[in-house]
Design a protein around this ligand. Structure first.
Ligand code: ATP
Ligand code: MG
Length: 361
C-alpha cells in the first residue's frame, strides 16, 4: 500500500507518540492508539467496548469537570495525577481531555506520563554530583590512608606497654581507624569502577545469587520472596556489577527493617512501553523491570529526594555510597533506577535494556 492510500487520520492516530483513548458518550472505549496499547498493556481489540473507568483509574475527583467539558465542549487539562491501568502500578501523568469535533459526546484522552521526563534530570544531576564529589573523596582517601596506617601501627605498639585501663583507649584508636579505612576503601572502589563488561545476563540468576548471600549474612533476619516473570528475556549488562546493585538494595532493605526483620519481594516483569528519552534525543527501550520491594519504614523524608547522591545517609554508620554506586552502575548500563517509598512499602525499580539478540529495533 502506498502512503497516500492510508487515510491521514489513521496515520496520525498511529503516529501519536502519547497514549490516546477515544470514548463515546457513555464513556465506553471506541478506540485506542498503539501508544495507548503499550500504556494499558492491552490491545485495541480487548479494549473496544470496555467502560473506560473500568480500565483507567485516575486519582483525582474528575467526574464533574469531565462532564462539564463534555457538555460545554471545552477541553480539560489535568496535571500531576496518578493514572493506573489495573495491569501495573499507577504512573504520574498529565492528562489532556478534549471533546471530539462533530461527534457529540465523544471525548479524546491524551495521557502524558511525567515520570521519565522528571526523573531524567535526576539521573543527570546524580551523575555529575557523583563525579565531582567522588573525585575529591578519592583524592582524600588516598592521602588519608597512609598516615592512618601509621597511627594504627603506633597505637598497637603503644598497647604493648600499657596497663588494662589504658588498653581500652588504644583499642578505640585501632577500631576507629579500621572503620575509617573501610570507608576509604569504599570510596576508592567507587572511583575504580570500570566500564561494564556487557554480556547477555539472566537477571533471575543475579537475583538468586544476591538473595542467597543476603540470607547467609546481612539479611538473615529477613524473608525474601520471589515474584518472577519466568519468561523474562535476557538483559544486556555486567553480571558482577548488577549483582553489586542487587546486594546494595537488599542490604538497605534489610538495614531499614531493623532486627525484627521484614519481607523483601524480588519482582521482575516485562514492560514493553518503558522507554527513556535521553538528552541527545535518542529514545531507548528499557523493557526489563526489576523491583526490590520491602515493607520497612520507608525512606526518611528529609533525605528522600537525595538518596541517590553520594554521602547521603539516614543511618548512623552509613556512608551513603550504596545508592550512589547503584545509580552510577545503572547509568553506565544505560538503564534507569527510581524509587517510590511510603512507610510500609518501598520500591526500588531498575529498568534495563534487552540483550542485543532479543532487541526488535
Ligand atoms: N529500602 C530502604 N528503606 C528505607 N530507607 C532506605 C532504604 N534504602 C535506602 N534508604 C535510606 O537511604 C540512605 C542512603 O542509602 P545508601 O545505600 O546510599 O547509603 P547507606 O546505606 O547509608 O550507606 P552504605 O550503603 O554506603 O553503607 C540510607 O542510609 C537509608 O536512610
Ligand atoms: Mg546502603
Amino acid at each position: 500500500m502506498r502512503a497516500e492510500d492510508i487515510p491521514m487520520e489513521d496515520s496520525i492516530w498511529a503516529s501519536l507518540p502519547v497514549p490516546a483513548i477515544l470514548v463515546d458518550a457513555d464513556d465506553v472505549i471506541v478506540d485506542i492508539n498503539p501508544a495507548a496499547e503499550g500504556f494499558m498493556l492491552s490491545s485495541v481489540k480487548a479494549m473496544r467496548g470496555q467502560p473506560v473507568w473500568d480500565r483507567l483509574t485516575i486519582d483525582a475527583p474528575l467526574e464533574e469537570a469531565f462532564e462539564r467539558a463534555r457538555t460545554n465542549t471545552t477541553p480539560l487539562f489535568v496535571n500531576d495525577v496518578d493514572v493506573g491501568t489495573g495491569e501495573r502500578a499507577p504512573l504520574h501523568c498529565n492528562l489532556q481531555i478534549a471533546p471530539v469535533q462533530g461527534r457529540p459526546g465523544q471525548m479524546l484522552f491524551l495521557i502524558s506520563p511525567r515520570e521519565l521526563a522528571g526523573r531524567m534530570t535526576q539521573s543527570h544531576s546524580v551523575k555529575s554530583a557523583a563525579k565531582s564529589a567522588i573525585g575529591m573523596a578519592e583524592m582524600l582517601a588516598h592521602e588519608i590512608k597512609n598516615p592512618l596506617a601509621g597511627i594504627t601501627g603506633a597505637a598497637q605498639l603503644l598497647s604493648m606497654s600499657l596497663g588494662p585501663e589504658d588498653l581500652e583507649l588504644t583499642d578505640l584508636i585501632v577500631n576507629e581507624s579500621r572503620r575509617i579505612v573501610k570507608l576509604l576503601e569504599q570510596v576508592e572502589q567507587f572511583g575504580n569502577l570500570s566500564q561494564p563488561d556487557f554480556r547477555p545476563v539472566n537477571v533471575h540468576d543475579v537475583l538468586d545469587r544476591a538473595r542467597r548471600s543476603a540470607l547467609l549474612g546481612f539479611g538473615a533476619h529477613m524473608t525474601i520472596r520471589e515474584d518472577y516473570d519466568p519468561s523474562l528475556p535476557l538483559a544486556w549488562g555486567d553480571q558482577d556489577q548488577l549483582l553489586q546493585v542487587m546486594q546494595n538494595l537488599l542490604k538497605n532493605a534489610a538495614e531499614a527493617a531493623g532486627k525484627d526483620g521484614g519481607t523483601i519481594t524480588l519482582h521482575t516483569f516485562y514492560e514493553h512501553s518503558f522507554r527513556l528519552r535521553r538528552s541527545d534525543g535518542r529514545s531507548e527501550s528499557l523493557p526489563l523491570q526489576i523491583e526490590i520491594i520491602d515493607d520497612g519504614p520507608g525512606l526518611p523524608p528529609e533525605i528522600a529526594a537525595d538518596v541517590f547522591d553520594p554521602f547521603v545517609s539516614g543511618r548512623e554508620n552509613g556512608t551513603g555510597l550504596g545508592l550512589a554506586l547503584t545509580a552510577k552502575i545503572i547509568s553506565d548500563h544505560e538503564g534507569w533506577v527510581s524509587v517510590k517509598s511510603v512507610p510500609g512499602r518501598t520500591v526500588f525499580r531498575i529498568s534495563l535494556p534487552l540483550a542485543a539478540k532479543d532487541k526488535k529495533e
